[in-house]
Design a protein around this ligand. Structure first.
Ligand SMILES: [Zn+2]
Length: 273
C-alpha cells in the first residue's frame, strides 16, 4: 500500500527528558507529537514560569523541525485527580488543568488528553467518584472548547475510573464537547476493538501500543495480544480522522514508522480480493 492511501498521519508521544530529538522524529517520517509534561508533581511546582520556559523550548524545537503539536497530555497523579472528593480541592485541580490548557492553546495544540482519575479507587467510592469526574470533565471540556481545544478523556487500567467503554460513556455523557482518547493497552476487561466500536465517532485521539492483556505495557504493536486488523478496521469504520498516535516505548523512531507500515499492510492484505 502506498503512503498516499494511508488514512492517518503518524504521531508519537514525546517527552523532553528522553533522548530522542524532535529532528530524529521528523526525519523518521513522523508528522506530529503528543507533548508529555512532568507528572506526579504538585501544581505549584508544575506551573512555574521556569517550567513553561522549558516546555516552550520543546515547542520551539518542534516548530523548527516542522513537527505539529497535535496534543498535550495534561499532568496526572494524585495532585491532578479530577475525581477528588473534596470540592474545594477538585475546583483547584480544575484550575490547574485550565492553566495547562492555556499553555496548550498557545502551543497550537488541538487536543488535551486527561485521565479521569488517579488510583487506587476503592470500590465503595467508585460510583461517587465517577460522578465527580464527570462533573469535572463537563467543566473542563467547556473550558477547552472556549480555547479552541478538545478535551479527550482517556481509558485507564486497573481500578482507575474509565476502565471500560461504559464508564467512559458515562464520563462524557453530559459533556458534548468532550472526546475520547482510546489507549489500546489500558483495557483489561474489554478488547480495544470492542471499545472503539462502542465509543465510535466520539474517539478524538489515540494512544497506540500493545500489551499482554494483564497490565499496560506500552509495547510496539505486534509484540502483544492486540488484534491489530480488528482495531484498525474498527477505527476506520468509526471515521477516525486524527493521527495514528503511538504511545509505545521506542528507542529509534524508525521502528514506529516501520511498525505503522506493517499495520497498514495488514489492512490492505485483509481487503485484497
Ligand atoms: Zn495517559
Amino acid at each position: 500500500m502506498s503512503e498516499a492511501h494511508s488514512p492517518w498521519k503518524l504521531g508519537t508521544y514525546w517527552y523532553d527528558k528522553e533522548s530522542v530529538s524532535l529532528m530524529q522524529v521528523k526525519e523518521a517520517g513522523i508528522a506530529c507529537i503528543e507533548l508529555n509534561l512532568d507528572n506526579d508533581i504538585l501544581p505549584e511546582e508544575a506551573l512555574t514560569p521556569a517550567m513553561r520556559t522549558r516546555y516552550q523550548q520543546a515547542v520551539d524545537a518542534a516548530g523548527k523541525a516542522g513537527i505539529e503539536i497535535w496534543s498535550v497530555h495534561l499532568p496526572f497523579g494524585n495532585p491532578w485527580d479530577i475525581s477528588a472528593f473534596n470540592d474545594a480541592e477538585r475546583m483547584a485541580i480544575i484550575e490547574a488543568h485550565t492553566h495547562v490548557m492555556d499553555w496548550a492553546r498557545d502551543w497550537g495544540a488541538q487536543v488535551v488528553v486527561i485521565h479521569p482519575s488517579f488510583e487506587p479507587i476503592p470500590d465503595e467510592q467508585r460510583e461517587q467518584r465517577l460522578k465527580l469526574a464527570a462533573a469535572s470533565v463537563r467543566e473542563l471540556s467547556e473550558r477547552a472548547h472556549a480555547r479552541g481545544l478538545k478535551l479527550a478523556v482517556e481509558d485507564l487500567p486497573r481500578s482507575c475510573l474509565g476502565r471500560d467503554s461504559a464508564e467512559i460513556a458515562a464520563l462524557i455523557s453530559s459533556a458534548p464537547h468532550a472526546v475520547v482518547c482510546c489507549d489500546t493497552n489500558h483495557l483489561l476487561t474489554e478488547k480495544p476493538e470492542e471499545f472503539i466500536r462502542s465509543i465510535g465517532s466520539r474517539i478524538g485521539t489515540l494512544h497506540i501500543s500493545d500489551y499482554d492483556g494483564v497490565d499496560e505495557r506500552h509495547w510496539i504493536p505486534g509484540r502483544g495480544i492486540v488484534n491489530w486488523p480488528e482495531v484498525l478496521q474498527a477505527l476506520m469504520d468509526s471515521g477516525y480522522g486524527g493521527p495514528f498516535m503511538f504511545e509505545a516505548n521506542y528507542k529509534d523512531p524508525h521502528d514506529l514508522v516501520q511498525c505503522y507500515q506493517g499495520l497498514m499492510k495488514l489492512v490492505s492484505d485483509a481487503r485484497a480480493p
